[in-house]
Design a protein around this ligand. Structure first.
Ligand SMILES: Nc1ncnc2c1ncn2[C@@H]1O[C@H](COP(=O)(O)OP(=O)(O)OP(=O)(O)O)[C@@H](O)[C@H]1O
Ligand SMILES: [Mg+2]
Length: 322
């Protein structure tokens, strides 16, 4: 369990974390999402002691993370595998030796039968049996990230910390990597913390998510809650990316679909039963673990506004005039 309480961090004049509190339970996949510069990477680096924090506390499995206590920190870091957007593989080493690197750092014998079994087991887990002696430059981005994942697991960590691990990959490869992370979480029982600015990532695998904005947690909960009923303007803006071209005339109404009942053809029913015209000017409807979630924005005239809103209320659709 990772308990973060009121953590503050300042770089020179810039306060990057302004009292962050959250708890990551064992065996869950926890997402930390937010815009660039929100402080996500800094928070993750504080969790594994790559960065110090100025106030508050971070406690991992009962042990406080403190950069001053070097020995304790080293053992904590052993419990936390980490992967990054840039993979950070060593070009002069092949796949096998890249994965073995943390063992070397801990002065373990990487040539022993036991070590070999461990490393080959991980290579099989990440699906790179045919690349054991390939160099990083001979691998695709997705394959490099698989090597990085295997390396992060080689010391049997309890946690896997991922910083934008899929941001450099295309959507199809991203899916494969996320499936692998999910498999690792389920089969090995490893707790996963995922820092990302991609809502897709959170939706696909996170059980809970925190939205970080300018160093503060603005919302925390299940991803579908965050996605469907964003609690603050900042989250709405984040989710509504690309909708700034809404018409200036008339009224723009945003409808939220929450999974349950969202299969009902509300929009066409409304057009028919109210005999009103409107245009759909923006939509983001997605399959979300077998339900349809999302929202769409319709534009209509001022005189239709009241009837439409009443209809939406009657049909249990959450809406908002923009
Ligand atoms: N070592 C540092 N020294 C000074 N400022 C820093 C340092 N590291 C980060 N910052 C600043 O802290 C703020 C938060 O950075 P951070 O990398 O945590 O954001 P982020 O949410 O991970 O963003 P991104 O999505 O772009 O990765 C930024 O304004 C950044 O410029
Ligand atoms: Mg970052």
């Amino acid at each position: 369990m990772i308990e973060i309480k009121d953590v503050r961090k300042q770089f020179q004049d810039l306060e990057v974390l302004k009292g962050v509190s959250l708890t990551i339970e064992d065996h869950e996949i926890y997402g930390i999402i937010g815009q660039s510069g929100a402080g996500k990477s800094t928070l993750l680096r504080c969790i594994n002691g790559l960065e110090s924090y100025d106030a508050g506390s971070i406690v991992v499995d009962g042990t406080p993370v403190s950069v001053r206590d070097k020995d304790t920190l080293k053992h904590l870091q052993k419990q936390m595998g980490m992967i990054f957007q840039s993979f950070n593989l060593l070009e002069r080493l092949d796949v096998y030796d890249n994965i073995a690197l943390p063992m070397k750092f801990w002065k373990m014998n990487t040539k022993s039968e036991e070590a070999r079994e461990k490393i080959m087991g991980l290579i099989r887990l990440v699906g790179l049996e045919d690349k054991v002696h390939a160099r990083p430059r001979e691998l695709s981005g997705g394959q490099k990230q698989r090597v990085a994942i295997a390396r992060a697991l080689v010391l049997d960590p309890r946690f896997l910390l991922c910083d934008e691990a899929t941001s450099a990959l295309d959507p199809e490869i991203t899916k494969g990597i996320l499936n692998l992370i999910q498999q690792i979480n389920q089969e090995l029982g490893i707790t996963v913390v995922i820092v990302t600015h991609q809502m897709e990532v959170v939706k696909q695998i996170c059980r809970r998510v925190a939205f970080l904005n300018e160093g503060k947690v603005l919302s925390e909960g299940r991803p579908e809650e965050l996605f469907v009923k964003p609690a603050t303007k900042e989250i709405k803006d984040f989710l509504r990316e690309g909708s700034e071209l809404l018409p200036k005339e008339g009224v723009n109404i945003q409808l939220f679909f929450t999974g349950k009942g969202s299969q009902a053809p509300v929009v066409t029913m409304m057009a028919r039963s109210l005999d009103v015209d409107f245009s759909i000017c923006w939509a983001k409807l997605e399959d979300f673990r077998k339900n349809v979630y999302g929202s769409l924005v319709i534009n209509t005239t001022e005189e239709n506004r009241e009837r439409i809103c009443a209809f939406l209320d009657k049909n249990d659709v959450t809406w908002e005039v923009l």
